[in-house]
Design a protein. Sequence first.
Length: 306
Amino acid sequence: MAERALFERFLSCHVCSETFRDPVSLSCNHSFCSSCLQQFWEQAKNKNCPICKRESSKDRPSINLSLKELADSFTKTEKNSSSDTEKEKKKKEEVQFLKEEEESRLAALREEEEQKGKTISREMKRIEEEISSLSDSICAVEEELHKHNVPFLSSYKATQTRARAQNVAKHLGNLNMKYVTVFGSEGFSSGKHSWEVEVGDHPHWNVGLVKESVDRKGKCPGSPEYGFWCLVHRSGKYTDGCGKTLTVKKSLKRIRVQLDYDRGEVSFYDSEDMTRFCTYRETFTQKLFPYFNLGKNFLPFISLTL
């Protein structure tokens, strides 16, 4: 630091107090910036040295090249030093920022971890209380069962066996069904939906969609004009709702119905290989319901998968 101060003092102009710029030396050995000396002389209206007042023998002294080189080198060194100092300062600021950011995030993580720990503790306590309550309930029920020999529980296996042995199928013929047409319980007024209907070997069936306002009690053709969008099968022949015969290479066992309400499309596929053989395009304005018509004795033949 002392050496630097000495250089700075030696290379400083006594007029502007800055490092020499194009220094000139007078016969008295005092040096100044060339421009500073000329300006001083103009103001003083003489050619005296600004320090010792000795008159200069030259009106325009020559540049002291050695001193100029030394001053330029010192100025360059000072700039580099200042630049390094600025970089170091900036680096320290960045390190400090990252340190504070890290501390902030770690604090947030610790707080989050603490909150999660409290939540888990509360849940564990609640679960333990529920388990304890269930254990008490089970013990109470077991105690009650031991007190009373409940007849139903004693003969439960025999009751279960009798229920399995019932021939339910032979009673289906006794059911008096008035309608052979069935609507799905859930309607659709937007979005995409699909379901599959297993028709097996049944000779007559209609499968598809119907609009909500269709006449459910009267008779009307199952065509789009009347609010039906169906695939029809009659004795091995497949047609659409308009009566157009469809090309189907094999007997269909399972039908996939696919609805895109917003695009106004209803398509029918063979569920086994996803071959499409019929598509309706319509602008739907009402809620649509799945529609099934299996003719007589339909109960044993229909299986629906959503």
